[in-house]
Design a protein around this ligand. Structure first.
Ligand code: PLP
Length: 467
């Protein structure tokens, strides 16, 4: 039977307008919905047929099922009452950029497969470098440059692969050792495992009283390894840890890396974007001596998932590690060497046109708009911090440097779990926990696009009522 597309151009136009309306209505009402999905395992699967339809269904029926089937099973990350994990911003501008990228359907593996995809991406990395006040060594006009990846986890992996490439031929895989703080994100260990190293080839360096990596312990661990004929080759420092936004002392860590020839990757996934506002540029300290750096606009800079920026000071070892050129990918521009082929900066071959949404976000906000977005959340976090600090039942656990407030009820772990569960079951807000110094700690990460003072006040009132 000949193929007949279910949607022609006019039908797409109609359905598209309706879907954009649906999204705008969703954003208007999301505040009223229970933030954490109130369903159990299998509840949603039960209302989805076990097999695909034999014949096509009307578009209206499909779209109606978004409300019936999907919405009840959503945790509403775009709710202004979402304070869990870290935020995953989806601003209107970025969603339109995402839609346009899908409509263009460009696959930007090579410069030649869509020059605009590559060249806009390069420009956006340089724009962001300036907006964040990052060192010039990461600029695309030099030996290094930036790329937009799917995640900071991918950034950690490709940094590790580039570091491994740099020592390849001199050391065997089994002799290599990587280091990160005990508070580093789990993606550090995942990168080590994917790269084919054993988990015990990653040393977790103890944190100090503020949960930042102790550079003396790092140096000691490296010396112990060198004495045992192992090769320290990679260190991942974190600026803004997941549990408490602790800042590893990058300048001191960079000095240790330099002494022992180790690659320094800095993970600024969440907090790095705060540097758009000059008063938070302390987050960049030491980056001029880092080999690579990651930040995620898809967390706290208005750009919907996925959009993770990765910069490298020297792209040669990265490209050497990741470049494989079969005949069918060869083309005149790549052969001439004057263009960037971003396929050589990532694990997959294919790549999405992620730069469009960042371009839309940056241009519609301007540097001033981005700054006030960040400043607003940090001010709200400081208010919550002050309010909880002055309450006899709560204590602040780690300094509120950005927009994450870490706190606990003085009554112990069971009390904190009770409060967390009561908040999340109420549907009025969503918070998650971590463990610091062996104790349960609650986290309120302020940073959703639509969060205002009244939402943070409501969270504070909820906490006080449960104390
Ligand atoms: N690094 C830090 C400090 C994080 O907090 C997170 C996620 O929360 C990640 C890395 C992983 O980010 P992604 O999901 O982009 O891999």
């Amino acid at each position: 039977m000949p193929y007949e597309p279910p949607m022609d151009g006019d039908a797409f136009r109609r359905a598209g307008h309706e879907l954009v309306d649906w999204i705008a209505d969703y954003w208007d009402r999301v505040e009223e919905l229970p933030v954490l999905a109130q369903v159990g395992p299998g509840d949603i699967a039960e209302v989805i047929p076990a097999t695909a339809p034999k014949t096509g269904e009307p578009w209206e029926t499909i779209v109606a099922d978004v409300d019936r089937v999907i919405v009840p099973g959503l945790t509403h990350w775009q709710s202004p009452n979402f304070f869990a994990y870290f935020p995953a911003n989806a601003s209107p501008e970025s969603v339109l950029g995402e839609l346009l990228a899908a409509g263009l359907g460009v696959q930007g593996m090579l410069w030649a497969t869509s020059p605009a995809c590559t060249e806009l991406e390069t420009r956006m990395c340089d724009w962001m470098l300036d907006l964040l006040g990052l060192p010039d060594r990461f600029r695309s006009t030099g030996p290094g440059g930036g790329v937009i990846l799917d995640s900071a986890s991918s950034g950690a992996l490709i940094a590790l692969l580039a570091a491994r490439e740099r020592v390849a031929g001199q050391w065997r895989m089994g002799e290599l050792v990587a280091y990160a703080s005990e508070h580093a994100h789990s993606s550090a260990l995942k990168a080590v495992k994917i790269a084919g190293l054993q988990p015990d080839q990653l040393r977790l360096i103890p944190g100090d009283g503020e949960h930042a990596m102790d550079p003396v312990a790092l140096r000691d661990a490296m010396i112990d390894d060198i004495v045992e004929d192992r090769r320290p080759f990679f260190v991942q420092a974190t600026t803004g840890t997941t549990s408490s936004t602790a800042l590893d002392p990058v300048p001191a860590i960079a000095a240790v890396c330099k002494d022992h020839g180790a690659w320094l990757h800095v993970d600024g996934a969440f907090a790095g974007v705060a540097a758009v506002a000059h008063e938070f540029r302390f987050v960049n300290e030491g980056l001029a001596r880092a080999d690579s750096y990651s930040v995620n606009p898809h967390k706290w800079l208005l750009t919907n998932f996925d959009c993770s920026l990765f910069w490298i000071a020297d792209r040669q070892p990265l490209n050497a590690a990741l470049s494989v050129t079969p005949e069918y990918l060869r083309n005149a521009a790549s052969d001439a060497g004057g263009v960037i082929d971003y396929r050589d900066w990532q694990v997959p071959l294919g790549r999405r046109f992620r730069a469009l949404k960042l371009w839309f976000v940056i241009r519609s906000h301007g540097a001033d708009g981005l700054r006030s977005f960040i400043r607003n959340h940090v001010a709200l976090a400081c208010d919550l911090d002050a309010r909880l600090a002055s309450h006899p039942a709560f204590e602040i656990v780690a300094p509120t440097r950005f927009s994450l407030v870490t706190f606990r009820h003085v009554g112990g772990d069971a009390e904190n779990e009770r409060i967390r569960d009561a908040i999340n079951a109420s549907g009025r807000a969503y918070v998650t926990h971590t463990v610091l110094d062996g104790r349960i700690v609650l986290r309120a990460a302020i940073g959703a696009v639509r969060t205002e003072a009244r939402h943070v006040n409501a969270l504070a009132e909820l906490l006080e009522s449960l104390a």
